[in-house]
Design a protein around this ligand. Structure first.
Ligand SMILES: NC(=O)c1ccc[n+]([C@@H]2O[C@H](COP(=O)([O-])OP(=O)(O)OC[C@H]3O[C@@H](n4cnc5c(N)ncnc54)[C@H](OP(=O)(O)O)[C@@H]3O)[C@@H](O)[C@H]2O)c1
Length: 273
């Protein structure tokens, strides 16, 4: 990223998470970053806290960066793209984090010759623990994808996917934090029901979820193998698992991902019309 300039169009939660990660890891210096944002209060906050450059002029931001990160809400992206279209050239890389907006739609507004990378981060990116899927448009070079990956590695784990998988990613890792928050809450309630103080129950749940995830990651073992290792014959774990299976937990989680992915496809179709 040596000397590379990056513009963010939209300086909300996700833009701040990214620039914070990039600055913290010293991937980029404050003077290399420009955020465009309509609200003066917000630009003042960002420039004071991070010492980055700010503007309320999207066109100026579009001219500034070799990399332009689109970080506005999906509902206003069309107007923003039309606003910056004349300022963007095919020498720049456009990276979108706008949920549901396709590469074809972005290209239709700013030109089919433009180098576009589409990404789908999730909310844990705000603490550097995101899951971020990326895909490149026809004009994006392998180096554009590599650069985008390097930027998003500042806020989490990156994976390259075909664009056709974006709705599934949205239904899985995009909506996934909400599923896990619900599971955290419910397991904690289970501990409380059995007499544990809530803070103790929640701490146990959190470390159990973090530890189990890390264990799958670090051993590389199939989750069913790790599950079997803690499930002794006639023991406590099989009694608990039996109840989960009786209540259809697998089907419920699979159906949740299917429903969220289908809803993503519907919303995306409406946005890209
Ligand atoms: N947050 C996540 O975890 C997450 C995950 C995946 C994808 N995304 C995507 O990331 C994008 C940004 O999400 P977010 O959570 O960061 O939303 P956000 O906090 O609402 O940020 C959007 C920012 O854009 C600003 N803005 C509004 N109109 C603008 C304009 N015409 N030109 C430039 N900036 C403008 C908003 O300012 P005002 O507040 O003044 O309107 C706001 O600061 C969305 O498209 C979302 O789908 C977010």
């Amino acid at each position: 990223m040596k000397g590379k300039k990056i513009s963010f169009i939209g300086g909300g939660n996700m833009a701040e998470a990214m620039l914070r990660g990039l600055l913290k890891r010293k991937i980029i210096a404050p003077k290399q970053l420009l955020v465009s944002e309509p609200r003066g209060e917000r630009t003042r906050f960002l420039s004071q806290k991070y010492r980055i450059l700010v503007t309320s002029d999207n066109k100026a931001a579009a001219r500034f960066g070799e990399i332009i990160i689109l970080a506005v809400k999906p509902q206003i992206i069309k107007g923003v793209l039309q606003e910056i279209a004349g300022a963007v050239t095919s020498k720049q890389v456009i990276i979108s984090i706008v949920a549901g907006i396709t590469i074809a739609f972005i290209a239709s507004q700013i030109g089919k010759d433009k180098r576009i990378v589409r990404t789908m981060p999730n909310t844990p990116s705000q603490i550097g623990e995101g899951a971020i899927a990326l895909c490149g448009g026809g004009r994006a070079t392998p180096n554009d994808i590599r650069v985008a990956r390097e930027l998003f590695a500042a806020v989490g784990t990156t994976l390259i996917i075909p664009e056709t998988h974006m709705d599934a990613v949205t239904g899985l890792s995009g909506s996934g934090p909400a599923y896990i928050f619900l599971i955290i809450e419910a397991l904690t309630d289970g501990g409380v029901q059995m007499g544990l103080p809530r803070d103790v129950a929640q701490s146990l749940v959190l470390q159990t979820i973090i530890g189990s995830g890390r264990m799958v990651l670090e051993t590389g073992d199939h989750p069913s193998k790790l599950k079997d290792l803690v499930t002794s014959p006639g023991g406590t774990t099989i009694a608990g698992l039996h109840v989960l299976e009786e209540n259809g937990i697998r089907g419920a989680l699979i159906n949740a991902v299917v429903a969220a992915s289908e809803r993503s496809r519907e919303l995306s179709q409406a946005l890209n019309d």
